[in-house]
Write a protein that binds this ligand. Structure first.
Ligand code: FSX
Ligand code: SF4
Ligand code: SF4
Length: 318
């Protein structure tokens, strides 16, 4: 069975899958599983080994913290299980208790101790204008440390980097038209400074928690996932939303929604950007499999490199 056929969404898991598919799923690769299937013994063993040697450091620049919140909303597995059993998360500004010099010293200490092995998660864009002064993330020995400083320091030392969220991947909202901060994504930043560490983009504004946890688990157990031209794992971003949308038949028959509250109809005329967007939201869904953007509104193409300018205005046809 192909990896993509085994990507089970939250709903399918709750309503039950056949025993045959379940067994194939839990004995498959991380790439091929629904995230809540993560705790099969072989995988837990692999992750436990990785936990001892491959910590994850999460730093945050220009963003709204929605990416952190999305991860913290992970319910299946619970965020407690994710943090304790899947990710050895040693530094994360939104949840950690330590602060100031202590926190930053610890960050640098872990990066040095696990040089070449730790995974660096970068949330938010990196503002390069004005010497990086648009985003100061802390102080060390009374010296301001900017996002530019920290990514320049830790980027080359990391074994791998995950650019979490569209801001970190491509610049996103902080880099939208009118921005004066020189906001840019990680790959572009690395190119500017000749940093060679491999980068996995996990876009989405915010990204789905499964995309974040699944990509980290893949990195820890199987190495780099296969990426598309925009640096995104094909396992989550390989397919087009429009081609797989439940409204495709209505689109083909010319049955179109005219307003957001219409229950029926393709939503292209009210601004859906599904035809230009690649992600598995139509299948995985959001809020633990409850719904997704096209159920209640439209797809605004939040995982694409041109977001938000390329999909604006959101509620008008492309
Ligand atoms: Fe960006 Fe993260 Fe959008 Fe927000 O901080 S991807 S603005 S949802 O959350 O970086
Ligand atoms: Fe395509 Fe959007 Fe219409 Fe679905 S609602 S068929 S994704 S345009
Ligand atoms: Fe983003 Fe579209 Fe997925 Fe919604 S449906 S999360 S806008 S890619």
């Amino acid at each position: 069975m192909k990896d993509k056929e085994m990507l089970l969404d939250g709903q399918q898991q709750k309503t039950g899958v056949s025993r045959r598919i379940f067994l194939k799923t839990v004995t498959g690769t991380v790439a091929g599983i629904g995230i809540s299937q993560m705790f099969n013994p072989a995988l837990v063993l692999a992750l436990e080994k990785a936990l001892e040697t491959h910590p994850v450091l999460w730093i945050q620049g220009q963003g709204c913290t929605g990416c952190s919140v999305s991860l913290l909303n992970c319910v299946d597995p619970s965020i407690a299980d994710v943090l304790l059993k899947v990710i050895s998360l040693q530094f994360m500004p939104t949840v950690m208790a330590s602060e100031g010099d202590t926190a930053l010293n610890n960050l640098y200490h872990i990066a040095e101790k696990y040089k070449g092995k730790f995974s660096l998660v970068i949330e938010g864009a990196i503002p390069m204008a004005a010497n990086g002064k648009y985003c100061v993330i802390g102080e060390l020995n009374h010296k301001e440390i900017t996002m530019v400083d920290i990514v320049k320091d830790l980027g080359p030392k990391a074994g791998s980097v995950l650019a979490v969220g569209t801001c970190a991947a491509y610049g996103g909202i902080p880099a939208a038209s009118g921005s004066e901060t020189g906001a840019t994504g990680v790959r572009n930043f690395f190119q500017t400074y000749g940093i060679k560490t491999p980068v996995v983009n996990i876009p989405g504004c915010p990204p789905h928690p499964d995309w974040i946890v699944g990509s980290i688990a893949h990195l820890l157990t199987k190495g780099l996932p296969e990426l598309d031209n925009d640096g995104r794992p094909n396992i989550f971003f390989g397919d087009n939303i429009h081609d797989n949308c439940p409204h495709l038949d209505e689109f083909d028959s010319g049955i179109m929604s005219e307003k957001l509250s219409d229950a029926k109809g393709c939503r292209m005329d009210i601004g859906c950007k599904g035809p230009d967007t690649y992600a598995d939201c139509y299948n995985r869904k959001w809020n633990s499999g409850m719904n997704w953007c096209v159920d209640n509104a439209v797809c605004i193409g939040c995982v694409e490199p041109g977001f938000p300018d390329a999909s604006s205005p959101f509620y008008e046809p492309a």
